[in-house]
Design a protein around this ligand. Sequence first.
Ligand code: TYD
Ligand code: MG
Length: 474
Amino acid sequence: MAKVRSVFRCTECGTAVPKWVGRCPGCEEWNTLIEELDAETRGPSASLLLGPRDAPTPISDVDVADWQARPTGIPELDRVLGGGLVPGSVTLIGGEPGIGKSTLLLQAMSAIADDGVTVLYISAEESKQQVRLRAERLGTLQPTLWLASETSLPHILDDIDEIAPTVVIVDSIQSVHHPDISSAPGSVAQVRECAARLVATSKSRDLAIVLVGHVTKEGGLAGPRVLEHVVDTVLAFEGDRHHALRLLRAAKHRFGATDQLGLFEMTEDGLIGVPDPSRLFLADRRKGVSGSVVVPTMEGHRPLLVELQALVTRSPLASPRRSSQGVDSGRLSLLLAVLAERAGFSFADTDVYALAVGGVKVAEPAADLGLALALASALAGQPLPADLVVCGEVGLGGELRQVSHCDRRLAEAARLGFTRALVPKLGPEPPDGIAAIRVGTLAEAIDAIGIRPDPRPARERAPSQDPAPEDHPF
Ligand code: TYD
Ligand code: MG
């Protein structure tokens, strides 16, 4: 009989059984058993996980010389990492398949290898040939960038021993497996065990390791949420696959702040940093169209101007459709209710569509007033002034609250040529070049820009027709 090399341990009570069962015999909880290597099989590698004893040191004597971040050569990535990759750290980069994780890392590793640093790229999903061809396409073939198309964890650890790299990429952690664990690659058991070994290796060798993790549509790392606890840094690479824009954020970062945003554009030549994202977001904007508004949002420390669009159509449905992309659906419902109750704009017989342009997500309450005005503008068929930006949080009473970093938001708007800002009563003076229109409630805001609710029910209205830009009242 084959030797039992793994056990199934209950995540609730710790009971171990040799075979998977649905219900833990110890605590009688359901579906709590996860496979792991048993202590015996771990043998010498168990002590590797433990590592040597670390003697206590006075805080002032702790040597941090080796903990300097190494720049990756990709400024937008270094911005999010707070300087670069730290030796002895493990970074997890998560994102949906096809978003560009492999491309980003190949570019970054090529740039690091360009300095003569030895980098090992474990390509567990693609062949070496595929990776080489991609590197050629990106115009970078560095001899100190080593490739291995490997999925077995013990082999990967051997490769690390042999090459002694400074940085290792494992693309992806879900494709790597430990042969002593019978669970499939990508399962919690496999991912947890493989990641734990790699973390131990990183610490013992002062090696910077980057793990790639695919995330599901719902945003969780497929299976291995467990990973987030064992790594030092978690980066999320996001964006709409149909748009070129990619956003990189840190969800967890032991070496710095998590509020930096990196922006890239996916092009024929790989990922290119976007130094002026607001300009990119507004590049295709048509002025004088109803339902469109520009909101200055904050992404970490970075102000970003984003266009929100709303479209309102007559609904044949008893319970009309509300559809949103890039804006929170709960916030949309809330604002529709406030518009109806506090400002006389009823959407009861209309379908409502709301969109943040460019594949970005606008989740801040600071965008409330902007979204509400986009909705009101769409319902009334009247455009907002083209030189106006809007920020403010809307309360259930229709009252407006001031937002954080208002000065930085408005400075960004002024830089891009906007001259007026609709803002709540309280708040700092706007920067030069932009005039503040101060309002206390949503109804006052709607009044201030001259939008009137159409008193007729939607079914009696002609399909909304926007005035040509020259007829535009502003
Ligand atoms: P990839 O890095 O393979 O994504 P992931 O590793 O996150 O699954 O990138 C996939 C997409 O990027 C693919 O659809 C092709 C596109 N792409 C470009 O548009 N330009 C390029 O230079 C490269 C390398 C990829
Ligand atoms: Mg990939």
